[in-house]
Design a protein around this ligand. Structure first.
Ligand code: 5AD
Ligand code: SF4
Length: 455
């Protein structure tokens, strides 16, 4: 095994390596991975690989893996297992593993799974073309490149093949918060911010390609830092003022870093910055929050919510929650249920705690039994359902500004997003795609609305 290196002499050869070869990328996990997959496809297309829809048609298969919750290594192995037959038929087929499992397991994947030809880490996407070229043409050996790049600032322009109406733009990578349940600081490395001017230029390029809405993306966007001493609120204001993008969203925020300045910036630019915030609280109990190393209490979180609701009219909130964190008692779990009700989240993303390698909480001795976690998760969803269906009824009869994103599965209909990030389906022609229109809501469910176009 050797570490892949950039070799300028192989550049020409690199460019033709994909000629007559199909590439298939299987993507798991978060929006970061979806963006990384786009980048991989873009780079491999420059080597003349052809993206294919079925792994059977590929000469190169890449698994862009996720390790945030599930049993990720098993998933990678089982997926590689399904490709085994294809490799038996086509010995030239190469299989690579990238993403968070690649970063986490590195050489172990190669040791334990003979079908895998190469492994690359989350900081090594830009060296993928070299790694692939070496795999196809270099000495017959299996390769690993999972180095972290420590260079800051972080240079990575957006590479997306068909950005459509709404797309994502990375602004930070990695995380320094070390929540005790989370593997991200280990799989994505230390936090790095992109230079502010690069982000603005990137967005302006996307606008020229027809993009109307961008979501600024980072594990913890609130700790974005530009070289000029500017912070995330300054970045948002500049995107609003200095680019022609119509709509701006961002994710994910950390409650400890969400401040009045950011809320004021959103309010000051409410024509462009959408009134929606995803603000994970993880647990409604302060003792559990402390054990999670979240650096806020239940009371602090609720104070921030009050401040946000006061500052941003019509604010819509969603959140992430973990149930069954080690040591969580029944009473402490109920604090999470009451938190959901008290804040009035229309959408929640809730998960059973899952021990992750390297993390502190995985070593806590008071792990909660699987059945208890399952039962708590079900109760949380039931409580939320009861509340959310009622909560969103107030939208029925209201008119919303909807940015039309694409044709609906139902013929004659289109779908788009309201300013509050609700998916809205309505009868309308495809020429509306890319336009912002008024839609009267006729039926509201917690995550999806139906409506009528107001001509
Ligand atoms: N177990 C369960 N959920 C987790 N998340 C992150 N790590 C874990 C884990 N070990 C959840 C958190 C986070 C979301 C992206 O995934 O709620 O906000
Ligand atoms: Fe993970 Fe916490 Fe960082 Fe989010 S803030 S990526 S939960 S360590």
């Amino acid at each position: 095994m050797e570490q892949s290196t950039q070799n300028p002499e192989s550049a020409q050869q690199n460019q033709d390596i994909g000629q007559g070869r199909g590439v298939y990328i299987s993507t798991y996990g978060c929006q970061m991975n979806v963006n990384d997959t786009e980048r991989m496809y873009s780079l491999l297309e420059m080597q003349n690989f052809t993206p294919v829809d079925k792994p059977e048609d590929a000469s190169l298969i890449i698994i862009n893996s996720c390790s945030v919750r599930e049993k990720p290594v098993h998933k990678v192995y089982s997926e590689v297992g399904t490709f085994r037959k294809m490799k038996e038929k086509n010995p030239g087929l190469k299989i690579g593993v990238g993403g968070c499992v690649g970063q986490q397991e590195k050489e172990n994947l190669i040791k334990n799974q003979p079908m895998i030809d190469f492994v690359f880490g989350t900081d090594q996407i830009d060296s993928l073309p070299n790694l692939v070229a070496e795999t196809f043409t270099g000495p017959k050996e299996r390769r690993v490149n999972a180095k972290f790049e420590h260079r800051a600032p972080y240079h990575i322009e957006t590479m997306v093949r068909n950005p459509g109406v709404a797309t994502f733009v990375n602004i930070t990578k990695g995380c320094d918060n070390f929540c005790t349940f989370c593997v991200v600081p280990y799989t994505r490395g230390r936090e790095k911010s992109r230079p502010l001017q690069h982000i603005l230029t990137d967005i302006q390029h996307l606008v020229k390609r027809g993009v109307k809405e961008v979501t600024l993306l980072g594990q913890n966007v609130n700790s974005y830092k530009a070289e000029e001493g500017l912070d995330f609120a300054d970045l948002l204001a500049k995107v609003a003022r200095e680019t022609d993008i119509e709509r701006i969203r961002y994710t994910t925020s950390h409650p400890k870093d969400f401040n009045q300045k950011l809320a004021d910036t959103m309010a000051a630019h409410q024509d462009k910055i959408m009134e929606y915030i995803h603000l994970p609280f993880q647990s409604g109990n302060s003792r559990i929050l402390d054990r999670m190393n979240r650096n806020y209490t239940r009371e602090h979180y609720l104070e921030k919510i009050e401040m946000l609701k006061k500052t941003i009219p019509n604010l819509v909130l969603s959140t992430d929650i973990i149930v069954g964190f080690p040591g969580e008692t029944e009473e402490e779990f109920m604090d999470t249920v009451t938190m959901v009700e008290q804040v009035g989240f229309e959408t929640i993303f809730a998960f059973k705690y899952s021990p992750r390698p390297f993390t502190k909480a995985a070593k806590f001795e008071d792990q909660v039994q699987e059945e208890v976690k399952t039962e708590r998760l079900n109760r949380l969803f039931d409580a939320h359902d009861k509340m959310a269906f009622e909560l969103v009824k107030r939208y029925e009869g209201q008119t919303m500004k909807v940015l039309v994103e694409q044709a609906d599965r139902e013929v004659g209909k289109v779908q788009g997003r309201s300013t509050g990030n609700k998916l809205v389906h309505f009868l309308g022609s495809q020429d509306l795609i890319g336009k912002t229109v008024d839609v009267k809501i006729t039926k509201a469910f917690p995550a999806v609305f139906r409506g009528e176009l107001i001509q």
